[in-house]
Ligand binder design. Structure first.
Ligand SMILES: O=P(O)(O)OC[C@H]1O[C@H](OP(=O)(O)OP(=O)(O)O)[C@H](O)[C@@H]1O
Ligand SMILES: O=C(O)c1cc(=O)[nH]c(=O)[nH]1
Length: 180
């Protein structure tokens, strides 16, 4: 099975949950896509890495990362997919708040200052989380090459990211999951 179709099947099998749910934004929805069950699944995670690399193959970036926790395994899957092809991709994690002890960093891992980076997400509804990551990277001196998410819920995220002057892509849409 081609990787994207394989990923869609993993999402349908593991992540789509029907029923009333309160989202990170406080909004109510009739379904939830718990992508952590996919990005932390031993069979699905390598597929995530390859699909997200394919999606961004024509973009120029040296590191990938986003707002913890949803983004973390996405970035790491891409790092390993690159390594499996003999290529290098570094990763970083944007904390929701700067750490109060240690080096007191907001962004952990690869130093993003002066680097072209990809901001990743597992799924977006308002785009608030992914924009927090974009803003943290820019404040740290990084150059955001683009934003990608695994599942787009068709809730205006593209418009929000593009209004910030950044390109946006997603791997899987609602139609692919029978949710449109
Ligand atoms: O586009 P938004 O309206 O910001 O919503 C999407 C965010 O919600 C989820 O994370 P959540 O806030 O549940 O936290 P977690 O990643 O720590 O599980 C998801 O992983 C996104 O980061
Ligand atoms: O908006 C959210 O909080 C959200 C939606 C969704 O489908 N999955 C998720 O993990 N978070």
């Amino acid at each position: 099975m081609a990787d994207r179709e394989d990923l869609i099947q993993h999402i349908l099998d593991l992540a789509v949950v029907h029923g009333k749910v309160t989202l990170a934004s406080g909004k109510e929805a009739d379904y939830y896509v718990d992508l952590r069950r996919v990005t932390l699944d031993g069979a699905a995670a390598p597929v995530v890495g390859r699909v997200m690399r394919d999606l961004t193959a024509d973009w120029d970036f040296e590191a990938a990362g986003g707002l913890t926790l949803g983004a973390d395994p996405v970035a790491v899957a891409m790092l390993h997919a690159a390594a499996a092809e003999g290529q290098r991709l570094d990763a970083f994690v944007v904390r929701k708040e700067s750490k109060a002890h240690g080096l007191q960093r907001r962004i952990e891992g690869t130093e993003v200052a002066g680097l072209r980076v990809l901001v990743v997400e597992d799924t977006s509804t308002t785009g608030g989380s992914v924009m927090q990551a974009v803003e943290a990277v820019q404040e740290a001196g990084g150059i955001v090459a683009g934003v990608v998410t695994i599942v787009d819920r068709n809730t205006g995220v593209r418009e929000r990211i593009e209004a910030a002057g950044l390109p946006y892509r997603y791997a899987v849409g609602l139609g692919d999951l029978g949710l449109s």
